[in-house]
Design a protein around this ligand. Structure first.
Ligand SMILES: C[S@@+](CC[C@H](N)C(=O)[O-])C[C@H]1O[C@@H](n2cnc3c(N)ncnc32)[C@H](O)[C@@H]1O
Length: 357
């Protein structure tokens, strides 16, 4: 899985456990990023709709959310991967831009990325095959890049992994029903989700734009050889592609409009207290939509599920002060007892990191 800021690696087992307890069979991961959470929802048996503005997330969604044995012939896929792995390198946009002008990849790998990416566009592929091959290429490139995980800069000396040879691997199939993928603005999609029982929200919470931070992935998938600027050779449209969630001035209004537009009975929202918003205010916003509970994560264990701030009529039914954890999961459901049932006993679970320690 690619390196990604804000990826829910630690929270995923907890989100999957919540998904198993919530009485829902359909879910939308509205800000899907790596699709890691959507994969957990699928694994829990839900039919998942994966959405994000990023083109690379759409490719990951084809591989991990939409692909199943009916839509993807794995023998044919392995044949295609073998053909692409055997291609000799050739100079192209990646070699010039990300190996010579910037130093994201060693030229030997950049040349192979150029050859593989050109060939993918020559092949006659279904959208799911194409997304799966692009995912394999993104993941292979991620394993040999020379960054600290974001693409605003590369490290001065080559990272040791950049010396390795690029190798395409088959994306690991995810169990569960096949879902769908879109690339839409979350606020535009939200009103169309009335038939989706659970919506998972993980918007950006600070000024750092995902479009700029992962511009190399965006270019690898779009393959549009954009004009670029700066030391990191960012796509020229990074200057104009903005999400309202990345500006302190507009983020709250966008989130408020989003939550109020969702008609689904269940919402789960990931929250980081290192971002723009105040946790208690998030709780009050969700309480306009249903009954609310929250569980905090301190990266050693999940701490204390607390339930109920206001009920949807605006009456105070309990207190949830700001949980002093870096991350928390807010659960909003149709009744106080349903939310309590979903969260029962979860405060005693350990996170995967703590278990490994
Ligand atoms: C915190 S990340 C999500 C991480 C994801 N949960 C994971 O585990 O990989 C936020 C995502 O929101 C996407 N995004 C930003 N603004 C958006 C918008 N208006 N509509 C849809 N997606 C948006 C970004 O591309 C980014 O992938």
């Amino acid at each position: 899985m690619v390196k990604y800021l804000g990826s829910k690696r630690v929270l995923v087992p907890l989100i999957e456990e919540l998904a198993r307890r919530i009485p829902a069979t359909t879910a939308c991961d509205l800000f899907a990023g790596t699709t890691r959470v959507g994969q957990a929802l699928r694994h829990a048996g839900m039919t998942v709709h994966s959405n994000d503005l990023a083109t690379y997330s759409e490719a990951l969604g084809q591989a991990y959310i939409a692909a199943d044995d009916r839509a993807l012939d794995r023998e044919r896929l392995r044949g295609l991967l073998a053909e692409l792995n055997a291609l000799p390198g050739r100079d192209g946009y990646v070699t010039r831009t990300f190996c010579e002008e910037a130093r994201f990849f060693q030229p030997k790998n950049g040349r192979r990325i150029d050859a593989i990416r050109d060939r993918i566009d020559e092949l006659d592929l279904t959208p799911i095959e194409r997304g799966t091959l692009l995912t394999s290429l993104l993941e292979a490139a991620d394993r040999v890049d020379s960054t600290c995980g974001v693409q605003m800069a590369y490290v001065k000396r080559w990272a040791p992994r950049a010396e390795r040879d690029l190798q395409l691997r088959e994306p690991v199939p995810v169990d569960g029903p096949a879902g769908a993928v879109t690339r839409l603005d979350a606020n535009e999609l939200a009103p169309a989700l009335a038939d989706t029982e659970l919506v998972y929200l993980d918007p950006p919470y600070n000024q750092h734009s995902y479009y700029s931070n992962y511009h190399v992935w965006e270019t690898l998938v779009r393959w549009d050889a954009p004009e670029h600027y700066g030391v990191a050779c960012k796509r020229i449209d990074c200057r104009t592609t903005k999400s309202p969630y990345n500006s302190k001035r507009t983020a709250w209004d966008a989130l408020e409009r989003l939550v109020l537009a969702i008609e689904s009975p269940w919402i789960v929202l990931s929250f980081s207290d290192e971002g723009f918003h105040d946790g208690a205010r998030i709780g009050e916003l969700l309480a306009d939509r249903g009954h609310v509970g929250v569980i905090g994560v301190d990266h050693a264990r999940y701490v204390g599920a607390r339930i109920g701030i206001h009920n949807p009529a605006g009456e105070k039914v309990g207190t949830v002060s700001h949980l002093r954890n870096r991350e928390s999961l807010w659960v909003c459901g149709p009744s106080r007892s349903a939310v309590a049932q979903v969260l029962e006993g979860l405060g005693t679970m350990q996170t995967p990191q703590a278990r490994a320690a």
